[in-house]
Design a binder for this molecule. Sequence first.
Ligand SMILES: NC(=O)c1ccc[n+]([C@@H]2O[C@H](COP(=O)([O-])OP(=O)(O)OC[C@H]3O[C@@H](n4cnc5c(N)ncnc54)[C@H](OP(=O)(O)O)[C@@H]3O)[C@@H](O)[C@H]2O)c1
Length: 407
Amino acid sequence: MERTVIIGAGGVGNVVAHKCAQDAATFGEIWLASRTLAKADAIAADILAATGVTVKTAALDADNVAEVVAFLKEVKPKVLLNIALPYQDLTLMDACLEAGVHYLDTANYEPLDDPHFEYKYQWAYQDRFRDAGLTAILGSGFDPGVTNAYCAYALKHWFSEIKTVDILDANAGDHGLPFATNFNPEINIREITAPGRYWENGEWKIVPALSISQDYDFPEVGTKRIYLLHHEELESLAQNLPGLERIRFWMTFSENYIKHLTVLENVGMTSIEPVEYEGQQIIPLQFLKTLLPDPTSLGPLTKGKTCIGCLITGTLKDAGEETGKIATKFIYNVCDHQACYQEVKSQAISYTAGVPAMIGARQLMSGAWLRPGVWNVEQLDPDSFMDDLNAWGLPWHVLDVSQSLLP
Ligand SMILES: NC(=O)c1ccc[n+]([C@@H]2O[C@H](COP(=O)([O-])OP(=O)(O)OC[C@H]3O[C@@H](n4cnc5c(N)ncnc54)[C@H](OP(=O)(O)O)[C@@H]3O)[C@@H](O)[C@H]2O)c1
């Protein structure tokens, strides 16, 4: 029987565990291991009630390579799904190499003391994974993940060359709370308060955080204000889409969200520099995280939909031949917060991140994506992954769009 290990029993880990259990024929014996055993146990109890599948649980420190290796050697899984935090990516990759297990994650490595994600740390494992005959899939969430697969699919089936990509991420959900983040607050706030960055004509352009915005009329969720952010898939897509002229990433935020974030930033609460408080060193952002609602608690509260997609302009091809015609297409998914909650007790943000992790792991279990080395999603054949999106809860749609975003 196959065995699968999921590490991290947070908001996204809950979805991944539920979805793997829904496909127990593929994933076999499923283990959910995390720092706090009680959280893994609570998820396993929910899954047993919902699906009748028993998920085994374990307490595990993913920062401790020796402990993870010992665990993997005992359980002997085919694949490890890293759904802990980006800080654990390298220790878990090291452990997979030592124990001979394929690896998949949803977010790229970021040093704890430097809010600056780059793929260089994980791409440096390419030779070691290849030589060990093991596959590592990086960034198999929604963005990165599905967005990368959308680009690969567009290049395979529609365009001979892609000129521009704008990744658009709209959360039109409302949880009714004054301020909360939809996934891990520390990771989320580090991402949003970092300078904006996009890639144009072969170089990176850097702009102050949230300084570029415009309105976009999204399918189903309507017109929303979108803000330019740096996002990790820009780095790999800029490298892996031949002929690309520009790639940017945009996310919606409400005025209320921006107002709270600005105040928190102005008073120093989003800083990661330690400060002395009553004889103790504390990191303001980590303290803030303890005050903010746990994202897993937002599930029952959040109403509305997400719409995430790629607005892609390129030269159309017909039967593999270039036509010379330029066109723009928007390929996207719409996900309903309440429907997600009813299915797996989670809001749509964790759902849209967790389902593609399960689907990426399906490609490893089936062998479709087994290719020794370290890969971003757009480097792998998108077709079976795209079929699985339709089959496992994240159906995609395509619109022909007459106008692209403002330059
Ligand atoms: N690609 C995408 O679309 C996308 C979207 C959203 C999120 N993500 C990524 O998904 C991952 C999970 O996010 P989330 O919102 O689920 O975060 P979360 O709710 O904070 O969950 C993280 C889980 O990992 C566990 N963990 C942390 N450090 C650990 C360690 N050293 N050893 C073992 N377990 C450890 C935590 O344990 P405790 O319970 O003890 O704290 C928690 O259960 C993050 O990397 C995030 O960046 C990706």
